[in-house]
Design a protein around this ligand. Structure first.
Ligand code: SF4
Length: 226
């Protein structure tokens, strides 16, 4: 049953138990789960995550090796020629905006943090070009810190599974945080995202083979194809 709104008091025991069962099943399906983006340090993950908007991780992994070979520190990228960076990230789409973002965030890192990526949500979202979702990915993946990134897959699954009735990403994040102990936050997003890609597709969810079917109130479940 969807929880009506974030103004609802803390979830009750049954809601927490249901959320735990859902995550346990996803852990069983995906025992080891992390970002598919290639990176060697938090700054590279930050840049790669910005580049991953509206494209696949695979596409990003094709452009980042030459990108990081050419500009291998925040200081380098901060002073890069935007046209060169645009050419380098062109194939990921939205290349002008992405170029602006990765240069600006690198400049902010140099100016505000001596070139180091802060392991802090508030400080991360102060960087130009870095939103809450990107910041949460970096915190959870690069630093192993408790954080839940809400993207379109997490949003869809949380709604279909009735974990929250919220539609605003920040409110969804807060609702998910309230359902799980902090120690499990970092394991939520990537599993929801992978399950959204593999099974709970936006347009044609594979409900007939879904291990969460008994936990799902989605009214128009897809029948098994004949
Ligand atoms: S039953 Fe269908 S809609 Fe519900 S979680 Fe599974 S795949 Fe998604």
């Amino acid at each position: 049953m969807p929880r009506p709104s974030s103004s609802t008091p803390a979830p009750d025991r049954a809601e927490r138990r249901n959320a735990r069962t859902i995550l346990d099943r996803l852990v069983k399906r995906y025992p080891e789960m992390g970002t598919a983006l290639d990176y060697v340090d938090p700054w590279q993950l930050l840049v790669a995550t910005v580049l991953s908007a509206q494209t696949t991780d695979e596409n990003v992994n094709k452009v980042t090796p030459p990108l990081f070979e050419r500009w291998n520190t925040p200081e380098d990228l901060a002073s890069a020629d935007p046209e060169e960076v645009e050419q380098s990230v062109f194939s990921t789409g939205f290349y002008r905006q992405k170029t602006k973002s990765v240069i600006a965030l690198s400049r902010d890192l140099v100016d505000l943090h001596g070139g180091s990526v802060p392991a802090d949500l508030d400080q991360l979202i102060e960087l130009r070009g870095v939103g809450r979702k990107t910041a949460s990915v970096v915190l959870a993946e690069a630093f192993g810190m408790p954080a839940i990134a809400v993207d379109t897959h997490v949003k869809r699954l949380a709604g279909r599974l009735g974990l929250t009735g919220e539609t605003d990403p920040v409110k969804i994040e807060l609702a998910l945080r309230s359902l799980y102990p902090e120690s499990r936050w970092a394991g939520v997003s990537m599993r929801f995202i992978q399950f959204g890609r593999d099974v709970c597709d936006a347009r044609k969810p594979r409900c007939w083979e879904c291990p969460l079917r008994d936990r799902c109130d989605y009214p128009t479940k897809t029948p098994k194809p004949a």
